[in-house]
Design a protein around this ligand. Structure first.
Ligand code: FES
Length: 494
């Protein structure tokens, strides 16, 4: 055995550990949270800890054979977007036709790959009594859906583990709410969940592996209902857990509920949720075209050398070395997706890179913490932005529309909230033709799921969206490949 001493800003503790075991596992077992976007595969370089006398090491590739003192990085708090915005509808409340308890509650949950938002609603009055949000704790097994599916493939009980992780996290929040309101667990009667197709499979313990393998047929896409007693959740046993319908393996219930809650101001619009999978839909009156494009983790900081999620310490806005913003107003610790797009736009505007993305030497963003952008980072952004823009072009072609026909581009989720549209247009991530019609709409998936609790009529809306949506698979689309190659350069498009 060896002795491990942990030094963190919050506490210092020592404990024995088995010699030669992986440090990441030792730390996790003791409840220390380490950011591991690649799921501990030694690829992302983000799980750094400092070992006294040795320096920085990747905790996922370090196997200590002597006593060590480990300094952990500062904990980062996510800024999770949860509230209603002017672009989203708020249904009139109609109480459920039957209730099971005297003080009944419902909970709407949006399970994102990165973050989870929970909305607690009184089922007698329709009042929203609490919103809770937290980072998805499954992130310890990878930042994106493919890493988590791979974890299920590679570990005998991987699916069971991932399911339990999310159920425990939800139960913790339910418990907290019940305590705060002095309620029994029978009071939670309905739990409605949206999320991408993989997150819903993991919640229900359904094998997600078919999602990652051609022909990409998930175990289910329709709405699923589970009795409270067999849901694993601490809710009324006669209550219900409902997961909302998805469209395909990579266009999930988050898109369906998001589309359903957008105010019907325009007949023709684009909806994009930029994450590791750029999920997008083009609404053309009564028809919808949808696709998902593998943007990779660059916009979530995953494949960028100094990248990080949109948490405290991330540079989220950059207009020059003297003009930048950091989430939480702290010293810069890294760069999140919106920050890196701003930096690329700055490099283009100042001729530090040309339209092919050639960077002669790393660009220093903040010298004190050695935060910089490298040539490889620029290449990652090129791939990601081309994937998103090319997806948009394929949707347009499928629908027969042009940019001029589109009245609005709605950006859902956290990235949409932070992104500077000028930079997104300058880099060619988003079309210049829509530059003055791009709107950040917030967590449309969460607010949409809440509407399902408020009004039983909302279910029909979801079903209608699924029935009128034509899904376009990009992995075998020649149009997409052509566009992807053509849009690799940084230039204003469309
Ligand atoms: S390199 Fe260790 S988690 Fe990615």
């Amino acid at each position: 055995m060896i002795n491990v001493r942990i030094v963190s800003p919050d506490e210092s503790v020592s404990f024995p550990a088995e010699k030669g075991r992986r440090l990441l596992d030792i730390l996790r077992e003791r409840g220390f949270d380490i950011y591991t976007p690649c799921g501990g595969r030694g690829r992302c370089g983000k799980c750094l800890v400092s070992i006294r006398g040795t320096g920085n090491v990747l905790s996922c590739s370090y196997y200590p054979d002597r006593d060590i003192e480990v300094t952990l990085p500062e904990k980062r708090v996510a800024d999770i977007l949860v509230s209603q915005t002017e672009f989203l509808e708020d249904c009139t409340f109609s109480p459920p036709s039957s209730l099971l308890s005297a003080r009944p509650y419902g909970v709407a949950i949006d399970i994102g790959t990165t973050t989870v938002a929970m909305y607690f609603m009184n089922l007698l009055t329709g009042s929203l009594e609490k919103i809770a949000s937290f980072l998805n704790p499954q992130g310890i097994h990878g930042a994106d859906v493919i890493s988590r599916i791979t974890y299920c493939q590679e570990h005998e009980n991987g699916l069971g583990e991932l399911q339990q992780i999310i159920i425990n996290a939800i139960n913790n929040e339910l418990e907290l709410f019940l305590q705060q309101k002095d309620l029994q667990s029978g009071s939670i009667e309905r739990v409605i969940v949206s999320g991408n197709t993989t997150m819903l499979h993991l919640l229900l313990g359904e094998d997600p592996v078919p999602i990652a393998l051609a022909p990409f047929r998930p175990r289910f896409t329709g709405k699923q209902r589970t009795e409270g007693s067999s849901s694993g959740l601490n809710i009324n046993p006669r209550g219900e857990l409902i997961t909302l319908p998805c469209i395909s393996a990579y266009v999930g219930a988050d898109v369906v509920s998001g589309l359903a809650v957008i105010k019907p101001v325009h007949r023709k619009y684009l909806f994009i949720d930029i994450g590791t999978n750029g999920e997008m839909a083009l609404v053309d009156g009564n028809r919808i075209y949808a696709c998902a494009t593998a943007a990779g983790p660059a916009f979530e900081g995953g494949s960028i050398s100094c990248g990080m999620a949109a948490v405290n310490g991330a540079v989220s806005y950059f207009a020059g070395p003297e003009d930048y913003r950091v989430i939480g107003n702290t010293e810069p610790a890294g760069i999140c997706g919106s920050g890196i797009v701003d930096i690329v736009a700055y490099l283009l505007n100042n001729n530090i890179i040309d339209s092919t993305g050639l960077l002669k030497s790393p660009f220093v963003v903040y010298p004190f913490n050695r935060i910089q952008v490298t040539q490889q980072d620029i290449r990652e952004i090129q791939l990601a932005k081309s994937a998103i823009y090319s997806g948009i072009k394929v949707l347009l072609k499928s629908s027969g529309m042009n940019f001029e026909d589109i009245s609005a581009l709605y950006l859902a989720g956290g990235f949409g909230n932070y992104i500077n549209t000028g930079s997104a247009v300058r880099t060619g991530l988003l079309p210049s033709g829509l530059g003055n019609r791009i709107y950040a709409i917030g967590n449309s998936a969460g607010i949409g799921t809440l509407q399902y609790l408020k009004s039983e009529d909302f279910a029909e809306k979801l079903d209608r969206i699924v029935s009128v949506t034509e899904y376009i698979e990009l992995s075998d689309s020649d149009d997409f490949i052509t566009e992807f190659v053509m849009n690799m350069d940084f230039r204003e498009n469309g």
